[in-house]
Design a protein around this ligand. Sequence first.
Ligand code: NI
Length: 178
Amino acid sequence: MPTTDLQHLYNKAWLFASQAHLGQTMKASQLPYSTHVAMVANELIFADREESVGALEIALPAALMHDVIEDTSVTQATIADLFGERVASVVASLSKNLIVPFSEEQYFQAIAAHSKEAAAIKLCDRITNLQSAPATWTQTKRASYLVESSQILAALGHAHEYLATRLNTAMVRYETLI
Ligand code: NI
């Protein structure tokens, strides 16, 4: 897909996600939730310059909408109508609420089995979330977040070597925040 079309797709998906998350904020922050998804997409775009994240026309809109099914009333069917089945399927694979009863291991394994795009987005999501620790989180919570991050690295790191290195660096840095 030409770059100009990808830029258009970025804005279409970001506007859709911003509207869907309207009123929601990032953890322990007053910033709108749309800030988080733009950071994840930023991580993804730069990672793709180093090593392919799969089809960017799938991965980019899915990154921007990665929490829409889990955190808003938007359904997989609506995303499929507006952005196509493949984008909707990647977003669904990243949605914890669709796994009942929820198991972390099953969640990470399903993402790994789904696609390179899904794995890359989950890695980007965690790298972004490790950038700073929410002020309200206790040391215990932060430590368990690091344990979960190692599980993500173990389950998905093989899908994208560059992002695996980024995640590892983000984890080491996060430890110094504790
Ligand atoms: Ni997220």
